[in-house]
Design a protein. Structure first.
Length: 468
């Protein structure tokens, strides 16, 4: 019903749209060249339709974002917020005839406060840029998606992204203290706080985190920081089966250990990384588990975890000697998705999260799916929190292989739900998983989700076609 209130603008409307946008924006902020605007059409997801935007706008100020939303409301034109477009669910894909609102030019770090342990940033700040800036003050911003050198804080907030360190430090949502948000009609609203505690009213800050730009445009974020931890040391453990590696994960977590990282790569992923980067990872292993600690005595913690890995059947346990060797192992994990993409040229990256106790069952199920559909499916996982990334490798030019890839992707999501999991742990719903969101939430849950959307965006102009 919301979607029926807007439609792609006609040529006449597009001309009026551009004129009205230029009345409050500098000419360089409004892009209309079709070759240029087409490049803003989609993110990194496969199998997600994308329209052709009428115009791309690159604002630099809050007031300019407000102007864009007022114009869009007046003309009933859809607006698609974008960051770096590193997303994997189609959440930043353009709608036909939309205004693509790229926030990458709003990239200032406005404040770093060591006393209150917070930073205030604009949405276009790159994750790694913020991390390095706060490190200079002896602080850290823990959320670290694999794309941290490219992805923006605004995009991280929009998808509630995670990363390698979530097992100890949590996901983006746990670090967003407050937001400045431009609503669909152009009004500016502030949520949250700068204080360590605060429970005044509904938690609207958390509501916007993970909303994929469907409720408002985040133009400023107040983020919590942590003291910078000691440099972590990493241990690599080889296993003769993924089930044994998952057993080790369960033993580690049940034993009360708090690793700063606990990651798993299956044999397909290890081979892909070696093929791409010649890193010398052990291809004889069926599963490689990486555990890290950033405690005052990481060597002792790694030794304890090494013993648990051996008890679970590890064939070899190798602790890194220093930070440089540790970083090399982490680099191998970070390039997993890029390496798997090189296998066939195209990937569908699933994002199923299950209880840790069900991790082994999920990975075994993925192996069965790969065999059933005759496809290469590599699994890398944030094993410490059960968030897996089964990655389907396929040739997009082969229609039959593409069909099998999509069917296998859906079968893996169904398996995740059967195991008590969720369809997405950190990538978001976007276009790719709309059907599966309805299955996970059920009819009453979907009704309430749509009611929230309607309250913030009654015309349905904000990122239409996503989530629902």
């Amino acid at each position: 019903m919301i979607m029926s209130r807007i439609q792609a603008p006609s040529d006449e409307t597009t001309g009026n749209l551009v004129d009205l946008l230029l009345s409050g924006l500098p000419p360089e902020a409004v892009l209309v060249d079709p070759d240029v605007t087409a490049s803003y059409g989609h993110d990194m997801a496969s199998f997600c339709e994308a329209g052709v935007p009428a115009v791309v706008v690159l604002p630099r100020t809050v007031e300019q974002v407000q102007h864009v939303m007022r114009v869009a409301t007046e003309l009933r034109v859809p607006v698609v917020p974008q960051g770096a477009r590193t997303g994997l669910s189609g959440g930043a894909n353009a709608s036909e005839g939309s205004v693509v609102l790229s926030l990458t030019k709003m990239d200032r770090i406005l404040e770093i406060n060591p006393v209150d342990r917070l930073a205030v940033v604009e949405p276009g700040v790159i994750n790694a840029t913020l991390s390095r800036a706060v490190n200079e003050h002896g602080l850290s911003y823990p959320p670290d998606p694999s794309s941290w050198e490219m992805c923006t804080i605004g995009g991280n907030i929009g998808t509630a992204s995670g990363g390698l360190c979530c097992v100890k430090y949590g996901v983006t949502a746990e670090y967003v203290l407050g937001l400045d948000v431009v609503l669909a009609d152009g009004r500016l609203m502030s949520t949250g706080r700068r204080t360590a505690k605060g429970v005044a009213g509904y938690d609207l800050t958390r509501l916007f985190v993970g909303s994929e730009g469907s409720l408002g445009i985040v133009v400023r974020a107040t983020l919590a920081l942590k003291p910078q931890p000691p440099r972590q040391l990493v241990l690599a453990a080889e296993f003769a089966s993924a089930a044994a590696a998952c057993d080790a994960v369960c033993r580690i977590m049940a034993g009360g250990h708090v690793p700063s990282l606990l990651e798993l790569m299956d044999r397909t992923t290890v081979k892909a990384v070696n093929d791409l980067a010649h890193m010398g990872l052990p291809e004889t292993t069926e599963a490689l588990l990486l555990a890290a600690f950033d405690t005052p005595d990481p060597a002792a913690d790694l030794a304890a975890v090494g013993e648990l890995c051996e008890a679970a059947g590890a064939t070899q346990v190798v602790p890194a000697d220093d930070a440089a060797e540790s970083e090399l192992l982490l680099q191998a994990r970070r390039m997993s998705l890029t390496a798997l993409e090189a296998v066939k040229g195209t990937t569908m990256i699933d994002d199923v999260c299950v209880p840790r106790s069900k991790l082994g069952e999920l990975i075994e199920g993925v192996e069965r799916v790969a065999e059933k559909y005759g496809l290469t499916i590599g699994v890398c996982a944030h094993a410490g929190d059960g968030n897996t990334h089964p990655t389907v490798c396929f040739d997009a030019a082969d229609p039959d292989e593409s069909r099998r890839a999509r069917e296998s992707f859906d079968e893996i999501m169904a398996l995740g739900l059967e195991l008590g999991g969720t369809i997405t742990g950190e990538h978001g719903v976007g276009i790719l998983k709309k059907e599966w969101l309805a299955r996970e939430l059920g009819p009453v849950g979907m009704e309430m989700q749509r009611a929230v959307k309607s309250a913030f965006d009654p015309l349905g102009i904000l990122n239409p076609g996503k989530l629902f």
